[in-house]
Design a protein. Structure first.
Length: 210
């Protein structure tokens, strides 16, 4: 009986999450509905510098972003830091993706391996026709180094002039390693309603048998 109660209780809790390498999302995956423009008429590219708290191979990235107009296609780059020059080091990983809502989770099968304490850039740009969106800001007051530039035709991210800010509010994202699942901030009302009678019934049966 006790095992059954525990199993039902597990359904109401957040799903297990793998090792978190870096995280600026707030409690229950919260974020600010204001942030940095991605793409648009100036093809703006935005980058955040981050340092993993532990090493590991990236298996999942969660981004707080919103799509505004144009083609829903964006590009994510993980670039090694080049001291003083911004995201101009080696490009470790590139992925084109579409947003699935205000919180998009990307599962990677071949993500790069990061070292604890190393410095890396998360770079987000528009990759489609007239793509424009927003990378939302964090709600926890996390500050660090950010950068931006306007794309120049024919130049890669490592060949443009980055504008860097060493004390800026970071955008909202999470980098994870290992077997991960999308976290659940709270159970859906239907789940809670369905589970509650079952838990009451189990409690009644347990008292009766006692």
């Amino acid at each position: 009986m006790k095992l059954t109660v525990l199993a039902l209780g597990a359904l109401l809790t957040a799903a297990a999450h793998g090792a978190t390498l870096y995280d600026t999302l707030g409690p229950a995956n919260s974020y600010q509905l204001s942030g940095s423009t991605i793409g648009g008429s100036y093809d703006q590219v935005v980058a955040n510098l981050f340092d993993p708290t532990q090493g590991g191979q990236i298996s999942q990235i969660t981004l707080a972003m919103g799509h505004t107009s144009g083609q829903n296609l964006y590009r994510l780059d993980i670039i090694a830091n080049n001291d003083g020059e911004g995201p101009t080091g080696a490009n470790l990983f590139t992925l084109d993706f579409s947003l699935t809502g205000y919180l998009t989770t990307l599962n990677l099968s071949n993500g790069p391996s990061l070292q604890a304490g190393g410095l890396y850039w998360m770079v987000i740009s528009g990759a489609g026709e007239a793509t424009q969106g927003a990378w939302w800001g964090n709600s926890g007051g996390f500050r660090g180094t950010t950068g931006w530039h306007n794309t120049q035709p024919g130049l890669s991210a490592s060949a443009v002039n980055w504008h860097l800010n060493g004390d800026s509010y970071l955008n909202a994202f999470r980098v994870s390693s290992g077997t991960t699942q999308d976290p659940l901030a709270a159970p859906e009302p239907s789940t809670a309603l369905l589970a509650a009678p079952a838990l009451l019934l189990l409690g009644w049966l347990r008292r009766r048998r006692a």
